[in-house]
Design a protein around this ligand. Sequence first.
Ligand code: F6P
Ligand code: E4P
Length: 948
Amino acid sequence: MTPLHALHAQGQAVWLDFLARSFVETGELRRLVEAGVRGVTSNPSIFEKAIAGSTEYDGAIRAALADGDRGVGDLYERLAVEDIQRAADVLRPIYDQTGGVDGFVSLEVSPYLAMDTDATIAEARRLWAAVDRPNLMVKVPGTAAGVPAVRTLIGDGINVNVTLLFARPVYEAVANAYIAGLEDFGAKGGDVARVASVASFFVSRIDTAADALLDARIAAANDPDEKARLEGLKGEIAVANAKLAYRSYKALIAGDRWRVLAAKGARPQRLLWASTGTKNKAYSDVLYVDELIGPDTVNTVPPATLDAFLDHGRPAATLERGVDEAEAALAALDAAGISLDAVTDRLVEEGVALFADAFDKLLGAVAQARAAVLGDRLNRQAVSVPPALAAAVAAEADAWRKAGTIRRLWAKDASVWTGTDEHRWLGWLTGTAEGQAKLADYQAFAADVKAAGFTDVLLLGMGGSSLGPEVLAETFGPQPGFPRLRILDSTDPAQVRATEAAVKLASTLVIVASKSGSTTEPNVMLAYFLDRLRKVVGDAAGRHVVAITDPGSSLEKVAQRDGFRAIFHGEPTIGGRYSVLSPFGLVPAAAAGIDVAQFLASAELMVNACGPDVPPAANPGVQLGLLLGVAAKAGRDKMTMLASRGLADFGAWAEQLVAESTGKNGQAIIPVDGEPLGSPVCYGDDRLFVDLRLAGDAPSHHDAEMAALEKAGHPVVRIVLRDRAEIAQEFFRFEIATAVAGAVMGLNPFDQPDVEASKIKTRELTAAFEATGRLPAETPVASSDSFDVFTDPANAAALRAAGAGTDLDGWLRAHLARVKPGDYVALLAYVARNPAHAGMLQSMRLAVRARRKVATCVGFGPRFLHSTGQAYKGGPDTGVFLQITADDHPDLPVPGQAASFGIVKAAQARGDFGVLAERGRRALRVHIKTDVAAGLAALAAAVEHALS
Ligand SMILES: O=P(O)(O)OC[C@H]1O[C@](O)(CO)[C@@H](O)[C@@H]1O
Ligand SMILES: O=C[C@H](O)[C@H](O)COP(=O)(O)O
């Protein structure tokens, strides 16, 4: 007979407070069961040690991922459920032999839910069903929120182990919840005899806490007798508290209410001594076993305590001995000014936090193991940050971890941001799942487009409705057998014409994309192309057009009226810049023959990597967002995007996302896209670099240049894609990162308050045009045959005071002299976006960067108005703007309205400038009166000269 059998003879069962996969697989558990162990308990710390502390789960993680990716929480649960099921099967004979008294295995609900009754109930029910073993006990913490959950679960007939019990009154409440739950279950016709429960009363942690308080009193006491008295209480309190809890138990089962249930075969909820591993080495290593032996109890012991007890434990009935002394010890503690209630309250709180910490570690380890299994299928991210910034980011990350902010973000809790309406704009979090659900629709659409023999797809849209599709077009390129996807997001007449010339209109499918349906540009572009299509294909024009728009928009009505080929609805809870993984990206992707299933599967890899269960340290999107937000607050607010050639267009999408989301209330992360990589001397200390690369696709000098930046103390984020198709992942990474950065900056990343201002001004100007046939006159501050220079009175006065006179050079010189460290210079060009124009703007920006060492941005109007424009107006006053406009020869009429494309564009430029001026921004406009390319070349030379 082992000492365990001797204990059992006293009425106490020993369970093991430990579990690990190999422990079951090697037969170790079975051997202990044969030696007398009659149950197993687990908790988040135990799983953390098992899973995070070993590689023994790697194979299981690999197997779990073999049939598709999974979220990290899901993955953990699968491992835990498997372990619990295997242990339950080993213990099943005990359960059967004892008629369901012993033989249980406990699995704890997520510690994150400890303060949420409904969530605890839901999770316990889910685990009960998932494990699907009668000898499971679901562990529920005995917190204020946990106690009502106990009643409900028992009322369902689910076995419950109530954990984290320290205080006797709480234990009594739990015992009553058990009785009430059984009554409920019985009233529903349930067999109360088959429900089991234990109340896990924690022991050693009480001594650890009480002893520390006693030590402080002892140190402060002068009287040697008092010191001795206090010393005598050390190591006594936990056992005393437990003994009195047992007295309460006995009283409860002697009560009438219990007798009624007992008569129906109900089994008492036994007290289970938990936390019985000795923490203080000065005490006996079997203290919390030897002292608590009594009938109808359980003691769950860690392996070391079990070994010690098997070696030298004393299986004598002790539990009901010394109850008076126990009372006296607790009274003495109270007399010493130590409140046991305060101790036990704190222990519950700490207990929840400790298990949550362990769970964080555990999920972080699972996330890492998942990432290792996925290998380069998951785009890699490496962050290199100077020490002070790294410390600030780590502190923020820890605050996020402790507060569970990622879970709150995923739970759409607006208080993560400003507590206004953010919860209404988070549909993108689950967008990929919805895309998967509608896969067949996308595939059918792709087949339809292919069968119809279209040669081109022309997408008309702005900002979020065009930038994502443009990345797809550029990154994936034309797909065999499918039409080529092109994007038009301009009102520049030359650009509209060039786009028209690039497609075969008779076999072009036009996709008009506008969430609101009321944006000017897509509407005028649609009017133009519908008219052109009617001329080319007659009544079949509608069959050449597809609309993507939010339900009920004016565009939807037009689409219905004109018999469009298809109408796809956007999701109203997804804002434009977060919409690429919704129909706004997926419809053009399908039309262009991009494999939507594969695209979504790739995106989901990142969705899962950034999921609610992945703590900040292992969560790539959150990590990036915390860095962006913390860096911006510390003055490194110029997110400089570098990219492999094949991925170059991604920056334009990220620009809108980041600028429109964070550029408001005088704050912003200013995205810098398309600026070539330079040596450290080119940069001020306001930069953060994000380097997006295709594996193996870096020019030889690139790594050395990046390393030099790193060495110079700039934060560098390196993201590597094994294949360009994996760009899908980056959309989601950056969406999460932007939302997180917005939270760190304390703003609402889902509105765009300052875009509307320039729209209003533009509308006023076009209304004036419609009424008078001309835009209001304006007077240049300087003029030549080639250029007119315009600005508002305040800028004009400042620049004149700085020496500007009658020629362009003086104005440019004075304007660019205002640029100071930490500023950025933005070239806002309302001209056709083509390589020749872009090249000249690049040379201007590089001249500025070389001379002023500031960040430089280039935007084509009106495209940038729906992107970086928000930050330029709503962000900090660090922008220096050079707006470039040009005469449009020839102009292009918009069918059905007086204002031509050229007039619309001119009104947009003037509206934009008006708002910049109104906000007191440093802004100058140069209007090219000659041929645009020649004018840009001359302007580039003038800028160079003005900087010299
Ligand atoms: O899809 P819509 O409604 O036409 O909007 C286009 C773009 O205009 C904005 O609303 C403002 O610029 C962007 O946020 C948006 O992506
Ligand atoms: O159910 C078991 C408890 O979770 C465990 O005994 C806690 O023990 P500890 O205080 O040693 O962490």
